[in-house]
Design a protein around this ligand. Structure first.
Ligand SMILES: [Zn+2]
Length: 1190
């Protein structure tokens, strides 16, 4: 630092006085420039050559190339100077002298020069390599790159600040645009793609060789290769003003109007290469300049119409947009009926005067006013976007016309055509564009036989540009928002070409699903070939003309039927887009397998080809919806193999699997099949009827119970058959204390019908007290196990279990049981554990139900081992498993205690329910906790249909004789343990529906709402009804867990009196998402597994009218923000009525306070104590009072 201070004091000393000691790299460069002129005409310091006027010979040589000097100016305009001025550049190390430099900043570079007249800089620093700008003391600032720091001193603080502000802004913009750039140190933009030659060259006037790079239309000079990698160079030469001349064996001159660069290569061969590369560069620069520079004269045409890249040198001649090389590549993929791509440089012939003029009048500006009128920021692409992103955007923009500004006549063909005929006779090209791309027909009949169409009309009116535009769009496709269609073009291009042929038997194509068995007679033998993505079938293998064809791109589904479905041993079905179905068969399973594989391979999108690795019974594409964006259906590729549905979704190249047997729900809603997994919902849409119906039947079948072994049943998350889970759950709730449970037989007919119902679709069966007797249910469970195909313990191991029961050594026996247990299939193992756990609970109440372990063993031994009851060992196994439950199943103490608590609660509830004697049908008895979830704090309470949260709260408080004081806001909370979140019910909310909706890991608790007071104060004092601000946002795993919602991201939110809107950032104009507030359920807290950035968070559930569900998280920076947001939600959701004004009226009388419970704190929502305090504190008016309580 002292160096700089010294430097400050030494300012003004003469250059010659410089202390010439250690040179920095920087200084070396400076040094080159500062060397005294060795040669009169080629040295940097020869100011005589710095201007165009001073060198007549050179300027003439330029004229030959570009015809005029205007071209030069045009190229200079390409990168407008954003800021320029005199600055003092810090002295190189070892020196005290500041050097006056003319500094220029454009979009790409910060450059400094000896004087403002110089063309060639002493140094250029790409904006992309600047990390930040920092102020260092009076008038000084530093430009910091990854490797180097450049210090400057301005005339004044104001000037310094202005430089810093401008630079920082440029850097920020660049960072924003180039987030995904691989390297920040490469020369920017066009030079990136096209390094034509690089290496070391001698340059006269320089001591050491320079690193020279010929890239595109420029030649860059760097001190060395390292500098080149870092991007920091000396200067660059625009080759549109260059001329290359051979001088001698190794030497050549690059002459420009401003300077002659005399290079010398290592060999003559090297020299030739350099000369050629530079000449090529000149050609490129000049080919640009003629067409491109004319088109670039219009400001908007200097940046790619689609991604904003500077100097775009391609164009779509029918859309009239100038685009960059990368976008041009993606444009081509759309096909010429959408966009006709031409180069500004190379396709010289196409650029007629009219077309160039058309581009100057329409061009990017007018075109984008139409095509990009409504681009959501989240969908826009930028310089660094990847090709997939570009393709998606361009399809949406030009093929689907998603962002276009609709013409008022859109949809009215006749009017559109009429308007077009009128407009083409005027000069209004924007209107013509709008009409044509909103559906007006370029070749429509004008009604005038002399000038029958718009083109003739335009010609007659002398509107050449209109003609030009119409001619290029004569065969253009009109944009259509048609999901799915966008992909088709690509298939035909990229589908692998599979060839296969042979005889197959074929039925006539059908328009209905094949339900009945087709006999052999209904098939005819055909010679079939698969070639060039076309499947053809012929009368026989000698015929040249096929009877019919199926194009691979039309195929939407392929089904491999089970053996012997029809008259032939193996058959497969092909479904095509136009709702037809083809059935083929053969008695050769191997040959059919090959056909299926070949066809599948030819129509499945390559990105989904992993699906081919499954032994699928059905494969194809379907529309689906899911995640947060339920508005737009997307296309996915699906394969069904046994009970797993594998899927490749749009935007994801990872495969997802849906285990159909474990679905929580499978239903048809409207024209969608709804698959609900735990916290995931997928909607498969019936876009076409025929294949959709096939899929629905197949998925339903796969999701149901398919056989009589355990693993073929519908399963819960924990791999227990739903049928077993339902019965156990019901007995636990209603039958634990029932005398002779599992011994008494129920009514045979009821058991039979219940079992049948459960077998058909256990998920749909809801067992209800009053409707189902416990003995019927217990017998259903026993019957299920007794009839099980392979038995619970499996045929394979059954005898081993019985043998183990006879082992005398206790330790040895337990060890054998454990070993046998581990050998069982997963589902059997889980089921054994669940059942024994249940029986363990049952025997726990043997005093009431008379079913001790021995009695249970007598009943269950023969049932589970499917024996006649004579072998005592069967009973012994069950008895051992129950009595040694904890050891054999390695149950830990905590799990045990938890279960005990649950059982206690159930029993208490039942006693409470029955002792009151007033239980009425329809009344639910429910456990509600006071202040925290623990046994002492529980209350069993009947919930009539009319009961509100407020009434429930008072009921609990009354029972516990708790007096409410002023400013105590007692409320009923719904606590979701799994989500680690809670929600205070609104006082007027009905409890019963809430209760019905509660999951097993949720419960109700009555406690004080500590933040209510502050929320009410906030609401009373706020100025506006809407609330807005930044929050951190995270989506729940998308449908089927795809989507990349990792972590929380800053988003801007606005909550008004009906909607919550999410914006990508403050400046965004259009919301990315929007939810009606009435459909939101807002919970306080976020489960810690998601690592919320702060403890002030919400979990939000959203359900729309179609019962489509979403879940996401919001996190605030401070407790106050959280409170304000939550208060605002309450306010909006309840029409401003957040708390009853006179709640005391509802409550009749209060007696004295229950001292035992008076000081209990809030329930802990989070794991460890600190987190719990944070979580609690989040909602406390004063965290300190809380800590006292804890
Ligand atoms: Zn582009």
């Amino acid at each position: 630092m002292s160096d700089k201070d010294d430097a400050e004091t030494m300012r003004g000393r003469l250059r010659s006085e410089r202390v010439n000691s250690l040179f920095s790299e920087d200084e070396l460069i400076e040094d080159y420039y500062d060397q005294p002129a060795a040669n009169d005409s080629s040295c940097w310091n020869d100011y005589g050559l710095s201007t165009l006027q001073s060198s007549g010979t050179v300027s003439r040589s330029i004229s030959m190339h570009s015809g005029s000097t205007e071209g030069l100016d045009a190229s200079a305009q390409l990168l407008p100077i954003i800021k320029a001025g005199w600055l003092d550049k810090n002295p190189p190390q070892g020196s005290y002298i500041y050097q006056k430099r003319w500094v220029k900043l454009d979009a790409d570079y910060l450059r400094y020069f000896d004087s403002e007249k110089d063309t060639y800089s002493k140094r250029f620093i790409p904006v992309t390599s600047i990390v930040r700008v920092a102020s260092i003391g009076d008038q000084k600032f530093e430009v910091i790159t990854n490797n180097r720091t450049f210090a400057f001193r301005a005339e004044s603080d104001a000037d310094r600040n202005e430089w810093m502000r401008t630079l920082q802004q440029m850097v920020d913009e660049r960072k924003f645009k180039g987030l995904n750039r691989i390297s920040l140190f490469q020369p920017p933009t066009s030079a990136l793609d096209s390094v034509d030659k690089c290496g070391l060259l001698e340059l006269r006037g320089f001591k050491n060789k320079l690193y020279v790079v010929v890239a595109g239309d420029k030649v860059f000079l760097y001190k060395n290769a390292e500098d080149y990698r870092q991007g920091i160079g000396i200067t660059y030469i625009e080759m549109n003003v260059g001329n290359v001349k051979d001088v001698d064996r190794r030497g050549f001159d690059l002459t420009t109007p401003y300077r002659i660069f005399s290079f010398s290569a290592d060999s003559d061969q090297e020299k030739d290469e350099w000369v050629e590369a530079m000449q090529q560069s000149i050609t490129e620069a000049l080919s640009n300049s003629e067409v491109a520079e004319r088109i670039w004269l219009v400001e908007a045409n200097r940046f790619c119409a689609d991604c904003g890249s500077p100097k775009p040198d391609w164009a779509s001649i029918n859309l009239c947009v100038v685009i960059c090389k990368r976008c041009a590549g993606e444009h081509r993929g759309l096909g010429p009926s959408i966009t006709k791509v031409r180069s500004l440089k190379m396709d010289r012939k196409v650029w007629t005067e009219e077309l160039i003029e058309l581009f100057c009048q329409v061009g990017n500006c007018v075109a984008n006013q139409f095509w990009a009128a409504n681009v959501p920021p989240s969908e826009a692409i930028h310089v660094a976007s990847g090709s997939q992103e570009r393709r998606r955007f361009l399809i949406a923009k030009y093929k689907e016309g998603k962002y276009r500004r609709y013409h008022p006549l859109f949809g009215n063909q006749e009017e559109l055509n009429k308007a077009l005929c009128a407009t083409v006779t005027t000069s209004d090209l924007a209107e013509t564009q709008s009409l044509v791309f909103c559906g007006a027909e370029v070749s429509c009949f004008s009604g005038d036989p002399d000038f029958p169409n718009p083109i003739a009309l335009a010609e007659q009116a002398g509107q050449k540009l209109q003609m030009e535009f119409l001619l290029h769009n004569k065969n253009s496709e009109i944009p259509q928002v048609e999901a799915g269609s966008s992909e088709e073009k690509h298939y035909s291009v990229i589908l692998p070409s599979v060839t296969h042929n042979g005889f197959l038997h074929k039925t006539p194509s059908m328009a209905k699903l094949v339900h009945e068995r087709k006999s052999r007679e209904e098939f005819s033998r055909r010679w079939c070939t698969l070639n060039d993505s076309i499947f053809s079938y012929y009368e026989n293998d000698r015929n040249a003309v096929p009877n019919g064809e199926i194009k691979m791109e039309e195929i939407v589904c392929l089904v491999n039927n089970p053996p012997d479905t029809h008259g032939f041993e193996s058959t497969f079905e092909v479904y095509i887009e136009s709702e037809r179905l083809y059935l083929f068969g053969l008695d050769n399973p191997e040959a059919i397998r090959k056909w299926v594989k070949s066809i599948a391979k030819s129509f499945i999108h390559p990105r989904a080809d992993e699906l081919l690795s499954y032994d699928f019974e059905r494969i194809g594409r379907l529309q689906y919806k899911g995640g947060l964006n339920l508005e737009r259906a997307k296309e996915g590729w699906f394969a069904l193999a046994q009970s797993v549905l594998y899927a490749f979704f749009e935007d994801s190249d990872k495969e997802e699997a849906v285990h159909l047997k474990k679905l929580q729900e499978l239903s048809i809603q409207g024209d969608s099949l709804v698959l609900v997994e735990r916290r995931r919902t997928l909607y498969i849409q019936g876009e076409r009827k025929l294949d959709f119906l096939g899929w629905v039947a197949a998925i339903q079948k796969a999701a149901g119970s398919s056989g009589d072994t355990l693993s073929e049943q519908q399963l819960t998350e924990s791999d227990i058959p739903v049928i077993v889970d339902r019965c156990i759950d019901y007995i636990t709730q209603c039958g634990l204390t029932s005398e002779g449970i599992y011994r008494k037989s129920g009514q045979n007919s009821k058991t039979t019908s219940l079992l049948e119902m459960l077998r058909k679709d256990a998920r749909r069966v809801r067992l209800k007290e009053g409707e189902h007797h416990v003995d019927d249910v217990s017998n259903t469970l026993k019957r299920f196990f007794r009839d099980l195909g392979d038995g619970l313990f499996t045929k394979e191991f059954c005898q081993d279990w019985l043998k183990a029961a006879a082992v005398e050594n206790e330790e040895e026996k337990v060890s054998q049981y454990r070993h046998l247990l581990s050998s069982l299939p997963v589902v059997n193992r889980a089921t054994v554990k669940a059942l024994i756990n249940h029986l363990y609970r049952v025997q726990y109440f043997s005093e009431m139900n008379q079913m001790n372990t021995h009695n249970l063993a007598i009943v269950f031994g023969p049932t589970l081992f499917q024996t006649d009851g004579k072998d005592y060992k069967a009973g012994r196994v069950v008895e051992d498993l129950i009595s040694r439950y904890v050891v054999i199943f390695s149950v830990d103490e905590q799990e045990m205690r938890k279960q005990q608590d649950e059982i206690q609660a159930i029993i208490k509830m039942r006693i409470a329910g029955s002792s009151s004697g007033t239980q009425q049908a329809g009344d639910f008895i429910c456990t509600v906790y006071l202040e925290e979830k623990k046994t002492e704090a529980e209350q069993h309470i009947k919930i009539p249909a009319t009961m509100t949260a407020e009434e429930l709260t008072f009921e609990i408080l009354d029972r516990r004789k708790i007096e409410t004081k002023e400013k105590e806001y007692w409320s009923c909370f719904e606590v979701n343990e799994r989500e680690e979140a809670e929600r205070p019910l609104h006082y007027s909310e009905k409890v019963l529906p809430i209760l019905h909706g509660l999951g097993t890991d949720s419960y109700l608790v009555v406690k004080k709402q500590l933040s209510m007071e502050n929320m009410l104060i906030y609401l009373a004092s706020r100025v506006s009804d809407s609330k807005h601000g930044m929050m951190k946002f995270r989506e729940e795993r998308n449908v089927l867990g795809l989507g990349l919602s990792t972590g929380f991201h800053d988003r801007y939110f606005i909550l008004n009196n009906s909607c919550l809107r999410l914006y990508k950032e403050v400046r965004s104009h259009r919301p990315e998402k929007e939810w009606p507030v009435k459909n939101l359920k807002v919970y306080l807290g976020i489960k810690k597994k998601l690592r919320p950035p702060s403890c002030w968070g919400f979990t939000v559930f959203y359900e729309n009218e179609k019962h489509e569900k979403q879940q996401w998280y919001l996190c605030c920076d401070t407790q106050m923000e959280l409170r304000e947001w939550f208060a605002s939600f309450l306010y909006v959701q309840n029409g401003g009525n957040v708390w009853p004004s006179e709640s005391s009226k509802v409550r009749a009388s209060r007696t004295q306070q229950d001292s035992r419970l008076g000081n209990i704190s809030l329930i802990p929502l989070r794991g460890n104590e600190n987190e719990m305090r944070n979580s609690v504190a989040a909602f406390a008016a004063d965290p300190l009072t809380l800590l006292r309580n804890v």
